[in-house]
Design a protein around this ligand. Structure first.
Ligand code: F6P
Length: 546
């Protein structure tokens, strides 16, 4: 069933939300905490090993109730069934959106064009498992008979960011293999990685859904040439494997059929780490951990599908995001994980969220009259506290932030973990309550500063507070909990797209730049420069020294 086109701003709930926004926009959250001692419990969802406290947001029960009405009016429930059933909700590309099927159990049945896709998914998982085992246990060796020591994932966008983020996030669970990622078409990137490698003991995984991506093919070709300086052509089959939907192109590249891991059109690149695109994850942490990652995601799928919206983590997260984006007119959202392991989490989410919801056209083809996709950014705490937190605390912009932390550390250093966790909790408290003038004055009184200096400094030391945060407190960073967390954001993206009445699963916006780059590349390689605006022409000529 096609998704309906419903302009959210024309719903009754949206109009009520606008009125409600006028009522509460200037209220300081502190007052709601004082009025209602049960506020934190009221706005906390406890699910599995997740404790999600969204009470430090500029909402009341009415806000949530009105969003629940909005969800009814935009028919969110039906949209969720269409998503999981494999309806072609990526309408502009006529494709189903079934990354959820990749983590469904073997007993499930999900049909695409009349075919149950679950057996093929599990067959591929079997292939990932046996390949992983043969590399990890050293049975599959390189061309000189040595076991592999290094893996290189060659891909970009969804064929890089998900695997790279997860490999780093799960590095505590990793085995003896060292995993590298080559993505940028910048030759310095691939050369820096090659510097560290021995061709005899390195396995290359070329990941490209289309197998036409300029960056990936250029890097793969460069690496193949480098490899062939030490080995002959027959050795390629031992050292190169590929993950793609485009079997023909992979074969043209010289990779044997048995070394191809399939991918499917009903999986979007940015949601593909659960497929064979995650091969480098499986190689790095072992198949059992890869499988646990998928089972965590499946658990979140079940939660999202079955939990009433009022306790549904992705649904509530999407409501909050829309509340700030469309009513408070916030432009961006920060993601702050309090673990160094999630160093690349915000980068990964930038593609997932911004490539999905950076759209201007409603599902009926009309231009939206409201804001859609948020700008996503972030860095781990506590590093980010010493970088951009000043602006969160005292800047002029409203920036809602997700704080993601873990009760247990992996290496068990309690002293460090208490310090980390105290920062994690304290920052959300500080952002909530701020520091009023009375408190600033009292603090200045205790200093040796002159009365005049105290007076001058007061305004600069005031924190307004009232800055929204949502805390995701998770028991421990494990493959399972990471799977749940990633899937949570995937479903949040879906809900936002449904409410914004856009198509979240195409990405036509990345095409124009690619087209122009390919025509400029031809000009860089010839003496002629075509007609361009004067700036573009100057830049081309400057590069060519004309
Ligand atoms: O950046 C555009 C994009 O199409 C992404 O959606 C995708 O993840 C990436 O390029 C890589 O594409 P491919 O896997 O086909 O090489």
């Amino acid at each position: 069933m096609a998704l309906k086109s419903i302009d959210p701003t024309q719903t009754k709930a949206w109009k009520k939300l606008e009125e409600h926004f006028e009522d509460i926009k200037n209220v300081h959250m502190k007052h709601w905490f004082e009025e209602d001692t049960n506020r934190a419990n009221r706005f906390t969802v406890k699910w599995d090993d997740f404790f999600v406290d969204y009470s430090k947001n500029r909402i009341t029960q009415t806000t949530i109730d009105l969003f629940l009405e909005l969800a009814e009016e935009v028919e969110l429930k039906n949209a969720i069934s269409s998503y999981f059933l494999g309806d072609k909700i990526n309408q502009t590309e006529q494709r189903a959106v079934l990354h959820t099927a990749l983590r469904a159990p073997e007993t499930a049945e999900i049909f695409v064009d009349g075919e149950n896709i679950i057996p093929r998914i599990h067959e591929t998982r079997g292939k990932i498992k046996s390949f992983t085992n043969s590399i990890v246990n050293g049975k599959h060796t390189g061309f000189t008979g040595k076991s592999f020591t290094d893996i290189v994932n060659i891909g970009i966008g969804g064929s890089d960011l998900g695997p790279a983020m997860v490999v780093e996030a799960l590095s505590y669970y990793k085995n003896h293999l060292t995993t590298h990622f080559v993505s940028n078409v910048d030759g310095d990137h691939v050369n820096e990685v090659l510097k560290k490698l021995n061709p005899e003991t390195t396995l290359f995984v070329i990941v490209s859904k289309t197998f036409t991506t300029q960056e990936t093919l250029s890097n793969a070709n460069t690496i193949r040439q480098w490899f062939l300086q030490s080995a002959n052509k027959d050795a390629i089959s031992k050292h190169f494997v590929a993950v793609s939907t485009n079997i023909e192109k992979v074969k043209e590249f010289g990779i044997a059929s048995e070394n191809i891991f399939p991918m499917w059109n009903w999986v979007g690149g940015r949601f593909s780490l659960w497929s064979a695109v995650g091969l480098s994850i499986s190689l790095s942490v072992g198949y059992d951990n890869f499988s646990a990652l998928l089972s965590g995601a499946h658990k979140m799928d079940e939660h999202f599908k079955n939990e009433p919206f009022k306790n549904n983590i992705p649904v509530i997260s999407a409501f909050l995001s829309i509340w700030y984006n469309n009513f408070f007119k916030a432009e961006s959202e920060a993601i702050i994980p309090y673990t160094q392991y999630l160093n690349q989490f915000a980068t990964y989410l930038q593609q997932a969220i911004m490539e999905s919801n950076g759209k201007t056209v409603m599902r009926n083809g009309d231009i939206v009259t409201y804001q859609t996709g948020n700008i996503i950014w972030g860095e781990p705490g506590t590093n980010s506290q010493h970088a951009f937190f000043q602006l969160l605390h005292q800047g002029t912009k409203l920036i809602p932030a997700d704080f993601i932390g873990f009760k247990k550390s992996l290496h068990g250093n309690k002293e460090h973990h208490n310090k980390l966790t105290s920062n994690f909790i304290a920052q959300t408290e500080a952002l909530l309550k701020g520091k009023p003038k009375t408190e600033v004055k009292r603090e200045l009184l205790d200093t040796k500063l002159s009365k005049n200096a105290q007076k001058t400094l007061t305004a600069f030391k005031i924190f307004e507070g009232n800055e929204p945060t949502t805390t995701f407190f998770i028991d421990k960073l494990t493959p399972q909990s990471l799977g749940k967390l990633i899937a949570m954001y995937e479903h949040k993206i879906f809900v936002q797209g449904i409410i914004w009445n856009i198509f979240s699963y195409d990405q036509f916006g990345v095409e124009l730049g690619k087209q122009l780059a390919s025509s400029i590349l031809k000009e860089l390689n010839s003496v002629k420069t075509k007609s361009h605006d004067s700036s573009t022409k100057n830049l081309i000529n400057y590069y060519k020294n004309i």
